[in-house]
Design a protein around this ligand. Sequence first.
Ligand code: ADP
Ligand code: MG
Length: 593
Amino acid sequence: MTTIPSPRPTTLTDPATFKTRWVDGLVAAYGRTVRRAPDAHGVIARHAPTAGKVAVVIGGGCGHYPAFAGLVGPGFADAAVVGDVFTSPSAEQVYRTAAAVDGGAGVLFSYGNYAGDVMHFGLAASRLAAEGIDSRTVIVTDDVASATTVADRRGVAGDFVVFKVAGAAAARGEDLATVAELAEHANARTRTFGVAFDGCTLPGQTEPLFTVDQGAVELGLGIHGEPGMRSAEAMDAHELADVLVDQLLPELPAGGDGRVAVILNGLGSTAYEDLFVTYSRVHARLLDAGLTPHRPEVGELVTSMDMAGLSLTLVPLDDTLAELYDAPCETPAFQLSAGGTLAGRAPDTVPEAERRSPSVAPDLADTDPAAGGVAAAALTAALGAVTDAEDELGRLDAVAADGDHGQGIVRGMRAAVAAARTRGGGTDSPADVGTALLAAGTALADAAGGASGALFGLLLTETGRRLHPADAIDTAALAAAFGSAQDAVTELGGARPGDKTMVDALDAAVGALRAAADRSAEVPAAWREAADAADEAARATADLTPSVGRAARLGDRGRGSPDPGATSLALMLDAAAAVITERCGSELRGGTR
Ligand code: ADP
Ligand code: MG
């Protein structure tokens, strides 16, 4: 992969359009194999949907090419949903992409184990189920460095193995339950360990997400710029190969026939020659251990933008896995031939309609800032606050996770404001406020993606849903609506107060609103107290150790700095307080605009 110098050329750096523009290029180049999903941020195989065949739908944030969109085509995935850089796609995009490739035999979802992906793909699966489309999900958990319990591990280069097996099983005509079982079997046998020499830089940024000290390497890194588990002194390629093999051998599952599938994966800016130097030692060490390397792959399969580093994946094989792993496929990034012609191969021409990108969020400049009621005004103030803090929120997220929270929440809030302004009805009646918040939450989740997109989006939609039928928005109604939103967020994300997430700030705000309602306090005073309580709780998260979400994987490394989601929520409640004070009396009333 070519490394675009950092900072990248400005025409490539706009994070808002990055995922659209690179997919434009992908389908222009590989239109013989893939096309855009209709009206969705997804890439689908030209042969899809195929009647009676299970559709394999993979995906996640972009920045990992060839994963995920480069692995779509006959014999592999039927579709890949494309999120923003390192950010899960939204449930809406997953739903649209999967619906486009369902051939009537159901959908097999597979993706790496990250909170945002789990939530958005899960919501999309529920929506498909409501429409009678059956789906199963296989979550990839191959990274041995990320947790002791296999189910808690994150998915890294092992994605390739699990997707390949699922794609081959579906292409062979297996039913949904069997495809899921075989993909689970592949995941259960796949183990990966990675090393970074230097960090990666997100589009639109000039500084890398993290850096590795000169003369050091980071062991056990993630594929989203999450720093490694520990640092070690720099070593030569053979010593590195020894570290990788020594980490993985004790982790390998028992069984298999002695053959082991091997992937030595480059993370984006490691020279192939360096990979091969390392591989020569890996190969020898595996033979010494009595294992036979089976169809080794040395190259870039799951990258991390321009990160310097590599990972080793080992999969002890049996006949079932080997047959599927070796089955023919043809995708933009990866082909295996069987000597024959692959079904589904299409001509090289791309109809104009397929080249069009899906629409991007409307430009706020086009909408009237005064349109819509108090909800739109409060959201606008909140957008201003997170926009001012965007870089700082990104830095907080980079301490223990992937550094995208600033960009994600700003992107989401922009869409939320645009939706509230056009859908708010223009009065401050409960119904209009409810409608505005519902539209805002839906737009936020779709535009932001990621864990926070799902959770902040739900926070708004659930609050809106509860306010909509209220007689008046007094403090008690606000407390009840936010309380119900907190329950929904807890149900979806599983985080409790004390887990170092946005739930800490939300819980404090809801507590303050309830206390204020008990005293029959007026809305502006109650909101102010809620914002202050959220601010205090967000600051206090600095002393907590993360236990859910991406940040949890680094345990204590997150201590000492506050949680980014809790911080952004507190900032937004604070900014909205000024609007509420200006516009509300003891309660919000219809037509007070
Ligand atoms: P991602 O984790 O997908 O990169 P963001 O970086 O935008 O998403 O948001 C991270 C924030 O989301 C965290 O700081 C935390 O507040 C919140 N978060 C993540 N997972 C959960 C969860 N399971 N429950 C509640 N909040 C969560
Ligand atoms: Mg993040």
